[in-house]
Design a binder for this molecule. Structure first.
Ligand code: AHG
Ligand code: MN
Ligand code: MN
Ligand code: MN
Length: 314
């Protein structure tokens, strides 16, 4: 359900909503500080330098100035919370220890600007965040205590879950995030598919699955930005996003800690599913910070069907 902007019957802002989730103040503080930081990220995206930074990240990918700037904005804000122990970023080579492990602290993994290469052509981009209790960031995504993303589109929307459902907030004219959707829930199956990667590198099993989706009349919706592409499947409550293993890259492209775990947490909280084709994304034991995995994420039945094709059960 969505209330029209300006006339929303919800004036609930993010902090008040988090308080109603009965979670600890430190976690509320971390989530609200990330939300504040993202207001500066959107400003950087709208006004910042679109060029390259002249450096590369732990995946060996060229970094844009906006990747580095958005990373600095988030990292600085998290350090200043005083309740964050370890920080991992798609744009940092190793884990940064903001303070020694202690009770009541959280650790955060984030992709500061997903889809950064789309900014220069003015497509929607986002920030993706995964939060754990304690100091260990290399644990299965099932152990996250919260996940969120901020989507910089025509609206700036923030979607979060602390394990009690999925909620959407929209940045209003006063630069406050106010509630616009509650208890977001996905249907069992849908009519959208979002196929990442080069189709001429698809394996026969994945190609057969795509044909199946097309034959049943599914619509192709792919922007190349993980956050808007997932947001579409989540908010319409239907469909499947996939970035499969490709010929030449058996692990696919997307990063487990910074992209797949947080999105899988949110999608599962909305009643959907996320798999690498064999096991749930949230049950994968990360081997390293730069762990990548193939992904099928969206409606439960669609993900199951993908696994059937992958395992030649159809
Ligand atoms: P990032 O900008 O953080 O490096 O991530 C880009 C990712 C993700 O946004 C999207 O799903 C995927 O790249 C698209 O990859 P292709 O360009 O290969 O389709
Ligand atoms: Mn990304
Ligand atoms: Mn990124
Ligand atoms: Mn990148």
């Amino acid at each position: 359900m969505y209330s029209e902007p300006g006339k929303t019957k919800f004036q609930i802002d993010l902090r008040r909503h988090l308080r109603e989730q009965d979670i600890c103040e430190n976690l509320i503080h971390v989530i609200c500080e990330i939300a504040e930081a993202c207001k500066y990220v959107i400003n950087a995206v709208r006004t910042g330098d679109l060029g390259v930074a002249g450096t590369s990240n732990l995946y060996g990918e060229e970094q844009l100035a906006l990747d580095v700037l958005s990373d600095r904005i988030l990292k600085k804000r998290l350090i200043h919370t005083g309740v964050v122990c370890n920080i991992a970023s798609e744009e940092m080579d190793e884990i940064y220890q903001a303070q020694a492990a202690a009770d009541g602290l959280y650790s955060v993994a984030y992709d500061p600007l997903d889809g950064s290469s789309l900014v220069d052509v003015n497509l929607a981009v986002g920030t993706i965040v995964s939060i754990y209790k304690g100091s260990d960031l290399l644990q299965p995504g099932r152990n996250q205590v919260a996940a969120m993303y901020v989507l910089y589109g025509p609206r700036v929307s923030l979607v979060y879950s602390v394990g009690k459902g999925v909620y959407e907030f929209t940045l209003n004219q006063l630069m406050e995030f106010t509630l616009t959707r509650e208890n977001v829930t996905m249907k069992p199956a849908g009519d959208i598919y979002s196929p990442g990667g080069l189709r001429n590198k698809y394996t026969p099993e994945n190609e057969k699955f795509i044909r199946f989706l097309e034959d049943k009349g599914c619509k192709l919706r792919y922007s190349g930005g993980f956050v808007p592409d997932i947001n579409q499947v989540l908010m319409k409550g239907k469909g499947i996003f996939m970035y499969p293993a490709l010929q030449g890259s058996p692990k696919g492209k997307l990063r487990l800690l910074f992209e797949l775990n947080p999105m899988a947490y949110l999608i599962e909280q909305a009643g959907g599913a996320a798999s690498n084709g064999v096991i749930d994304i949230l049950d994968i034991q990360p081997e390293s910070l730069d762990h990548r995995a193939p992904v099928y994420i969206g409606c439960r039945d669609d993900v199951e069907k993908a696994k059937d094709f992958l395992n030649n059960k159809v």
